[in-house]
Ligand binder design. Structure first.
Ligand code: ADP
Length: 213
């Protein structure tokens, strides 16, 4: 089990996926909360639960999740949002815990796009934010197929502000330069996290417990 678990967050389009790929190329296991949610939404038992608790309309004719409808319905109705979170969140955290336990790297990275929105930062040893100015994020997102300005604004409105996120995270990667600059920052942080993990190893061997269970 890794000595250090780092949560990575950042606004949509800030570069989380790109940064994860760089960490992965350095041999660091990456667990992605969004991917876990997608896998859960694709599973039959979860689709059945969602239909029971949020209504038939959340599924399409094939019985698959109608993501657009689901997003709209939870935005319009906070009680439905709570119900959906009640179904997904405990399972997502369980899956993240399992993923962490399986890994034997010195540290691992968990990508949690809504880390501060869900108030779950206490679960991790460190928090890392990928930051980019809003104009750049919007410009990047406009290249995504099917993403118009209105959709981008809606997605941005669901997330905490850049300023709040910056004030909450311990570590930061600035992604407003070139890919090479991004790579350099990740490599530097990788060295730092490896040092922190090694220091914890030493603490543990002196009988000081360093990870909350
Ligand atoms: P997120 O996962 O946070 O939504 P992505 O990593 O998918 O963000 O990045 C959004 C888009 O911006 C992607 O198309 C990605 O290739 C591009 N991108 C990210 N960082 C850079 C960079 N430093 N230079 C150029 N393009 C970038």
């Amino acid at each position: 089990m890794p000595k250090l678990v780092v949560a990575m967050t950042g606004g949509i389009g800030s570069g989380k996926t790109t940064v994860s790929e760089i960490f992965a190329s350095l041999g660091i296991p990456v667990i992605d909360a969004d991917r876990i949610v997608s896998d859960l939404l694709a599973s039959l038992p979860i689709r059945q639960l969602i239909r029971r608790h949020l209504g038939r309309g959340c599924l399409d004719r094939q019985g698959l999740i109608n993501r657009g409808f689901l997003r709209q319905t939870i935005m319009a109705d906070p009680s439905r949002r709570k119900r959906l979170e009640g179904i997904l969140h405990p399972r997502v955290w369980q899956s993240i815990e399992n993923g962490i336990k399986k890994s034997d790297a010195p540290y691992c990275l968990v990508v949690v796009p809504l880390l501060f929105e869900t108030g779950q930062q206490h679960r991790f040893d460190r928090t890392l934010i990928i930051d980019a100015p809003d104009y750049l994020r919007i410009r990047r997102l406009r290249h995504r197929p099917g993403w118009n300005l209105q959709h981008i604004r809606t997605m941005l409105s669901l997330q905490v502000s850049r300023r709040l996120r910056l004030s909450l995270a311990q570590d930061r990667i600035e992604n407003h330069g070139t890919r090479k600059q991004l790579q350099d920052q990740v490599e530097k942080l990788d060295r730092f996290y490896r040092q922190l993990a090694a220091a914890k190893d030493v603490q543990d061997s002196f009988g000081v417990s360093s990870r909350a269970s």
